[in-house]
Design a protein around this ligand. Structure first.
Ligand SMILES: C[S@@+](CC[C@H](N)C(=O)[O-])C[C@H]1O[C@@H](n2cnc3c(N)ncnc32)[C@H](O)[C@@H]1O
Length: 365
């Protein structure tokens, strides 16, 4: 069967190179390339030699040439913008030039953020660091196992334990994961509790799987009438800081959940298969009074799969769930409804949020 057309060899070779892009980006972040260009001015273009002069290297001349090859590659992939700067006449009527490199919309996201005298790594840089981590790469190498042996997670195949058990043993990886959660929160979930107004009738809220309590603290700062309890695994709660208005409690949400008028499940259900989700939702049902509610905050896969950034983002999350957690997945609203009804909730109210396919879903008994 002849399916190839003229020029397809180039496309094939481009496909083969896609895997290099995040790794090269990671190197450029570690070399501080994007910050060096940004420090030279918002529309600055710098040559490889100018950038190299700000990088501690044992041999600046050779390093400039190596860096040039990295910069050219990023330019060819629209991550940097390339310009030609004339250097004058070399005496033989040929005008010499050098390439210079500026930031694009994409690479501006990789510049560190300075506020009030302190500088923080950009959310995009944290995401690239995390996705280029050996643990993620080992899982990506095993994607096909998820199809050959459904129900297995590539991560568990590589490391023998599930993702959260692994985090428990690797504090440095846990720290990076916490950073990732924090930037994901800022990028996609930051507005949720400002837009969603469902806390007016909430007296007490338990944030199940609430990590170190950041979300509870935020909700309470916006709704001071709410009493907050942050609930997570003992090893997570052990590191949780004291936060105004937030109490911490340790436990296993699949065993039982303390009674509360309102339960928050934010970015929790997508980690688990349907059976685990039902067990968790059943525990929520039992912990709630008759007029209580569960507030689920999750991305939802749209009914129509369009070629836009929102859809790409939720499908990327879905792929990561498939890699990291056996049975973990992003769901459609119909799938959330099905889970909730299966354990006895009778009503589901949906509030679409402004960014990233995020929805707030209220479940009533
Ligand atoms: C994806 S993180 C979400 C954290 C937080 N809700 C947020 O939106 O940033 C999932 C959380 O579930 C917690 N978790 C995992 N298994 C748990 C269990 N069996 N009981 C309680 N918490 C658990 C993890 O420690 C982690 O903090």
């Amino acid at each position: 069967m002849e399916v190839q057309e003229a020029g397809d060899q180039l496309s094939s070779s481009q496909l083969g190179g896609l895997v290099s892009i995040p790794m090269v980006l990671r190197a450029a972040i570690e070399l501080n390339v994007f910050n060096i260009i940004a420090d030279a001015g918002s529309d600055a273009y710098l040559s490889a030699a100018e950038i190299t002069s700000k990088i501690p290297t044992t041999d600046p001349n050779s390093a400039a040439y190596t860096l040039e090859r990295i910069l050219r590659f990023l330019g060819a992939n629209s991550i940097l913008s390339i310009s030609q700067k004339p250097l004058g006449n070399n005496g033989e009527n040929a005008v010499r030039h050098e390439w210079t490199y500026g930031l694009t919309k994409m690479s501006r996201c990789l510049v560190s953020i300075s506020t009030g005298g302190s500088t923080a790594t950009s959310p995009a840089s944290v995401m690239i660091r995390f996705s280029c981590q050996r643990e993620l790469l080992e899982s990506l190498l095993r994607i096909k196992d998820a199809v050959l042996e459904p129900g297995s997670a590539p991560f568990k195949k590589a490391y023998g334990v599930n993702f959260y058990e692994y985090l428990e043993k690797k504090p440095i990886f846990r720290q990076l994961f916490d950073e990732l959660m924090e930037v994901g929160e800022k990028l996609v979930f930051d507005d949720v509790f400002k837009v969603y107004g469902g806390f007016e009738d909430v007296r007490e809220l338990i944030d199940v799987g609430g990590g170190i309590g950041t979300t509870s603290a935020k909700i309470i700062s916006l709704n001071p009438h709410v009493r907050g309890l942050n609930f997570d695994l003992p090893q997570v709660i052990a590191d949780a800081p004291t936060l105004p208005g937030v109490k911490h409690a340790a436990g296993d949400m699949f065993e039982s959940i303390p009674n509360a008028q309102t339960i928050l499940l934010k970015r929790i259900l997508h980690n688990w298969d349907d059976e685990r989700c039902k067990r968790l939702l059943r525990n929520c049902w039992e912990a709630l009074p008759a007029d209580g509610k569960v507030i689920v905050v999750e991305m939802a896969i749209p009914q129509e799969l369009e070629n836009n950034l929102e859809t790409m983002n939720v499908l990327k999350e879905d792929l990561y769930m498939m890699l990291l957690m056996a049975g973990g997945k992003e769901r459609t609203l119909a799938e959330f409804d099905h889970l909730a009804k299966a354990v006895g909730f009778t009503k589901m109210k949906v509030f679409p949020m402004p960014h990233g396919s995020v929805h707030v879903i209220e479940l009533y008994k």
